[in-house]
Write a protein that binds this ligand. Structure first.
Ligand SMILES: O=C(O)c1ccc[n+]([C@@H]2O[C@H](COP(=O)([O-])O)[C@@H](O)[C@H]2O)c1
Ligand SMILES: Cc1cc2nc[nH]c2cc1C
Length: 351
C-alpha cells in the first residue's frame, strides 16, 4: 500500500509552460496553423509530459501483463484457459503479433506473469505471481483488496525497473483468456449500461454473449462494488493483469513518462488508474479504438481520443505498438521542419 500511495503522491500535472512553448514552435513551422491535427496534439502533450518543447522518443517498451480469470468456468470466452500460458510462451519465443509489431516499431517487450493459473517457465519471463488466477467473480470477489493492491504494486515495480533501465515511453499490453468480462464489469460499475458495454471478445456466439451479460450482472449483484472506491471495484470484479497495468500507468505518470494505452482491457486498467488519480490521464495516449463496443465509451469517459481505427480486437499491446510509429513521426515534425523564417516562406497574405 505504501508503494502505491508514494507513487500516486508523485503524480503532478503536466508542464503547461512547455506545452505553450511547443505550441509556439509548431505555429512557426511551414504549414497553416494546426494543420497537422493530432500530430500537433501529440507534440504538445509530449512536451508537457517531458518538459521539453522539442520532445524526442528514446527507448520504447511494451509491458505485457498476463493473468487468468476464474470466471471462465461460466463459459464467457471462446477459448480455453490453457491459451494464456501458451501465448505467454509465444511472446517469449518471439512469434506473436505483438513481437512482430514491436520489432517493427523498434520497441522492447517485457512479459510478466502476475496471475497465470499455471506455472510458466522461461528465462525472460518476469515472474511476480500474486495468485494462480482470480476466483470466479460470479460467485464472490475475484480477489482480496490486499491482492489487488499488491498487483498494482507489481505493475509499479515492473515499470520502474524499465524506467531505471532508460526506457522513456511505455505501452500497455495484456494476455488473459476471459479478461474482456472483468473489463466490461469495471466499465459497467463506473456507469455504462451493461448491454452497451459487452462484446464478443475472442469471438463468442450469440448464446455466449447473452451468458456473458448475465454473468456480469450477477457478478455485480453478488459483489456490490463501490464505484467511489476503485480498488474495491478492481478487487471484486477486476483482474490481476488489469490491476498490474493500472500500476504501470500510475508509475509512468509519476515518473513523467508517456504511456500508450492499448485496447479494451488496457483501457479498463487506465480507467481504474484515472479513478485512483485523475491527473494520470494527462500522461496517457490512446492508440486505437477496439471492436469491443464498450471501448469507445471507456475512452470518452477519460476524454482520450484514439488515433487509429483499424477494427482491431487482439490486445497484447498491438495497437499501442502501431501507435509508436505515429508518435515518433510527431516528434520528427517538431524537430526537423523548417520555420517560415528559415525557409523564406511568406506567413500571411498581404491583404
Ligand atoms: O484489447 C482488446 O481490445 C481486446 C478485445 C478482445 C479480446 N482481446 C484479447 O482476447 C482475450 C480476451 O478475450 P475473451 O473473449 O477471452 O474475454 C485477451 O487475451 C485479450 O488480450 C483484446
Ligand atoms: C490465440 C490468441 C491470442 C491472443 N492474444 C491476446 N489474446 C489472445 C487470445 C487468443 C485466443
Amino acid at each position: 500500500m505504501e508503494k502505491l500511495q508514494e507513487t500516486v503522491k508523485k503524480i503532478q500535472p503536466i508542464d503547461q509552460q512547455a506545452v505553450e512553448k511547443a505550441a509556439q514552435r509548431l505555429d512557426m513551422l511551414t504549414k497553416p496553423q494546426g494543420s497537422l491535427g493530432v500530430l500537433e496534439d501529440i507534440v504538445k502533450q509530449l512536451a508537457g509530459i517531458t518538459g521539453n518543447p522539442i520532445p524526442r522518443l528514446g527507448k520504447k517498451c511494451v509491458v505485457i501483463m498476463a493473468g487468468d480469470h476464474g470466471v471462465v468456468e461460466e463459459g464467457v470466452s471462446a477459448f480455453p484457459q490453457e491459451v494464456t500460458p501458451q501465448m505467454v510462451m509465444n511472446f517469449l519465443n518471439g512469434g506473436a503479433a505483438i513481437n512482430v509489431l514491436s520489432r517493427h516499431a523498434g520497441a522492447d517487450i517485457v512479459c510478466c506473469d502476475i496471475g497465470v493459473a499455471s506455472d510458466v517457465k522461461h528465462p525472460s519471463l518476469i515472474i511476480k505471481k500474486v495468485r494462480y488466477g482470480t476466483a470466479n467473480m460470479a460467485k464472490g470477489p475475484a480477489m482480496s483488496r490486499e491482492e489487488a493492491t499488491r498487483a498494482i504494486e507489481v505493475g509499479i515495480e515492473v515499470a520502474e525497473d524499465k524506467i531505471k533501465g532508460g526506457v522513456n515511453i511505455l505501452a500497455t499490453g495484456e494476455m488473459g483468456i476471459g479478461n474482456t468480462t472483468p473489463s466490461s464489469a469495471i466499465l459497467t460499475v463506473f456507469g455504462c449500461p451493461v448491454e452497451k458495454v459487452v462484446g464478443r471478445g475472442t469471438g463468442i456466439d450469440d448464446k455466449g454473449l447473452a451468458l456473458k451479460i448475465k454473468t456480469i450482472i450477477k457478478a455485480i449483484e453478488v459483489n456490490d462494488p463501490d464505484p467511489s472506491d476503485p480498488i474495491d471495484v478492481l478487487s471484486k470484479v477486476g483482474g490481476l493483469e488489469i490491476a498490474g497495468l493500472a500500476g504501470v500507468i500510475l508509475a509512468a505518470a509519476a515518473h513523467r513518462i508517456p504511456i500508450v494505452i492499448d485496447g479494451f482491457i488496457s483501457s479498463a486498467a487506465a480507467l481504474v488508474a484515472s479513478k485512483i488519480e485523475p491527473r494520470s490521464v494527462q500522461y496517457m495516449i490512446a492508440s486505437h479504438v477496439s471492436e469491443e463496443p464498450g471501448h469507445k465509451m471507456m475512452l470518452e469517459m477519460m476524454r482520450l481520443y484514439p488515433m487509429l481505427h483499424m477494427k482491431m480486437r487482439l490486445g497484447e499491446g498491438t495497437g499501442a505498438a502501431l501507435a509508436f510509429h505515429i508518435i515518433d513521426a510527431a516528434t520528427h515534425i517538431q524537430s526537423e521542419m523548417a520555420t517560415f523564417e528559415s525557409a523564406g516562406v511568406s506567413r500571411s497574405s498581404s491583404r
